[in-house]
Structures are given as structure tokens and as C-alpha cells.
Ligand binder design. Structure first.
Ligand code: ADP
Length: 320
């Protein structure tokens, strides 16, 4: 009998989620499965908001940011009643398995479903790139390129006015967006949560830079380190230089996914279908060195992907 597979997007949205949904639907149908879309992540499991996804339901979405299935953060799913309600809807709909597209919070939810006998496979999608078990998460590359575009523009105005800027990018606990966009954007200094902040070090670099007739000084700050306005104020007090602030915010979540994110989403979405059809469960699909790799949820959520410290150190040399 043909398999019936559910798919949902959950947690923070990320560009490329649509490309992943498309891959799940098309690969699933190719394999003879029926694909059921669940709206609003775990919220839709609890409320039973299911809709069948035919091949044409995903046409024209590979290039679109956001998620056609919508996403949500769902506190109710963390309660026993919430999960039980979700499981009973899964049983009623006779789903053989579920594909969960999201970040590590979403996979923690997947572990709860697994405990109650629901087969699931995770697909890592998060702009933060902070998931163990894959070289990159879906959405990271697009977010970095959005931040980079903004940095290039800010640098033009900074140079014209010979100004210093703090540019705050997303990343509460992970500095990958800051590191990659800062290095690629030629930032003078990058502040990330993984490395203890030394404000005096930035102040000295800023003073040296302007003494050496630098025309701009751009600090890329991951949001989790400290507030951008506070950092600007503290640097002003130490150096006497006025520092402008630009907070990029949610623009980093939207926009057309990059080629890499569409490619990654297509491969991972298809791999998730293959995995679930072949009886795998409780694992996340990832891409490591161009090969599909499966990682158990327990490992994916408990291990921390290390930041590349040598790339961070390099940014200081190149930003001299
Ligand atoms: P992300 O998946 O992007 O990391 P969140 O951390 O917000 O985003 O998690 C997404 C959703 O997963 C949460 O809103 C919640 O419904 C569910 N979830 C997260 N942690 C747990 C948990 N420990 N138990 C059950 N569900 C969880």
C-alpha cells in the first residue's frame, strides 16, 4: 500500500523552506507516496489542519522565501495534552510518517513524537546555521548574502562620511551569519557570542584605523553579544568617535533563496522522503561534503557546531 507522509515547517522561517517542501512533494509522489501538508508547524498537528499536496500545489515556489505551509512557535506542543492531541490527529489521518523542516527546537519536538511511536525525519532549516550534523542549514546562505548586500551599502555611506558603524546581524547564540558576512564584507571587526567581547580591543582598533587614515570602520555584531546602541555608546566613550548603528533585523529572514539554499533544500527534502520510505526514523538528514548523512536527533540537538576560530582570527588580520 502507498505510504502517507506528512510534512510541516516549524520554528523560525528560513529562505529555502519552500524549495524543501517542493522536493518532499515531488520526490514523494515519484516514489508513489501521498503527501499531506500540515499548516503552521506543530500548531497544525494539534488543530488537525491538514491538506493534501499534489504535484502542482508546489509549482512556482522554489524561488520564493517564507513557507507556503506557514510556521509557528507552539508552546502548547510542549505540554502532554498538546502532544497527545497531535498524535491522535496523526493517527486519524493515518500518516505513516512525518517530515519536520525546522531547527533544533523542531527536532526536540520530533523526539517527543518518536517517544509516542510516530516516525519522523528532520530537515535542518534555520538562518543561524547552528545545527550539528550538516555542513549548512537551509536559509543560512541567503541570510548571509542579504547581510552582505547591506554591509556593502553601509560601507559606501560610511566611507563617504568617514564614519564608524555597528551593524547588528541576527544570531542570538551563534555567530555564523556575523562571521561569514563580516569576513566576506571586509568588516574591520566582528563580534560573535562564541568569543568573549573585549570592547577595549575594538576601541583600540578603531582609533588605530582612523589614525592610519582609514575611511570607515565597520563592526559586525551578532545580536546575542550585546545591544548595538550600547556597544556604540561604549565605544564613543572610549574613543570620542561617533558611531552609527544599523540593525538589519528581519530582512535577513526573507527574500528569494540563493542557488545554494535551493540546491540544499532540494537534496535534503528528497533525502528525507527516501529515509522515511526506507524505514528510517528519529534522525535528521544533512549534507556533509556533498553526501547525504543521517544524524540521530539526540546527537543533533545535544552537540554544538563549533565556530571556525581560525576564520575569526583571519578577519582581524584582514580588517587591519
Ligand atoms: P527552531 O526549530 O527554529 O529551533 P524553536 O526552538 O522555536 O525553533 O522550536 C520550534 C517548535 O518546536 C517550538 O515552538 C515547539 O512547538 C517545538 N519544541 C521545541 N522544543 C520542544 C521540546 N523540548 N518539546 C516539545 N516540543 C518542542
Amino acid at each position: 500500500m502507498s505510504k502517507k507522509i506528512g510534512v510541516l515547517t516549524s520554528g523560525g522561517d528560513a529562505p529555502g523552506m519552500n524549495a524543501a517542501i517542493r522536493a518532499v512533494v515531488r520526490q514523494g509522489i515519484w516514489k508513489g507516496a501521498q503527501i499531506i501538508g500540515v499548516m503552521r508547524g506543530y500548531e497544525g498537528l494539534i488543530s488537525g489542519e491538514f491538506t493534501e499536496l499534489g504535484p502542482s500545489s508546489v509549482s512556482g515556489i522554489i524561488q520564493r522565501g517564507g513557507t507556503i505551509l506557514l510556521t509557528a512557535r507552539c508552546e502548547e506542543f510542549k505540554t502532554e495534552e498538546g502532544i497527545e492531541q497531535a498524535v491522535s490527529h496523526i493517527r486519524e489521518a493515518q500518516l505513516d510518517g512525518l517530515i519536520l523542516i525546522g531547527g533544533d527546537g523542531t527536532f526536540r519536538g520530533g523526539m517527543e513524537l518518536e517517544k509516542r511511536g510516530v516516525a519522523t525525519i528532520g530537515v535542518p532549516a534555520s538562518i543561524d546555521d547552528d545545527v550539528w550534523g550538516t555542513d549548512h542549514t537551509i536559509g543560512f546562505d541567503t541570510a548571509v548574502n542579504t547581510a552582505l548586500l547591506a554591509l556593502d551599502k553601509i560601507r559606501d555611506t560610511a566611507t563617504s562620511h568617514e564614519r564608524a558603524f555597528v551593524v547588528e546581524v541576527m544570531g542570538r547564540t551563534a555567530g555564523y551569519i556575523a562571521l561569514m558576512s563580516g569576513l566576506a564584507g571586509g568588516a574591520e571587526f566582528i563580534a560573535i557570542p562564541e568569543v568573549p567581547l573585549k570592547i577595549e580591543e575594538i576601541a583600540q582598533a578603531l582609533k588605530r584605523g582612523f589614525e592610519r587614515k582609514k575611511r570607515h570602520f565597520i563592526i559586525v555584531l551578532a545580536e546575542g553579544v550585546m545591544g548595538a546602541y550600547q556597544l556604540a555608546q561604549e565605544l564613543y566613550e572610549r574613543t570620542g568617535h561617533e558611531i552609527k548603528v544599523s540593525i538589519l533585523g528581519h530582512i535577513q529572514r526573507g527574500g528569494n533563496p540563493s542557488a545554494y539554499d535551493r540546491y540544499l533544500a532540494s537534496r535534503l527534502g528528497a533525502a528525507a522522503v527516501e529515509a522515511i520510505i526506507s524505514g528510517k526514523r528519529g534522525e535528521m538528514v544533512g549534507l556533509k561534503n556533498e553526501e547525504i548523512a543521517l544524524t540521530p536527533y539526540a546527537e543533533a540537538v545535544s552537540r554544538r557546531k563549533e565556530i571556525n576560530i581560525s576564520a575569526y582570527e583571519l578577519s582581524k588580520i584582514l580588517g587591519l
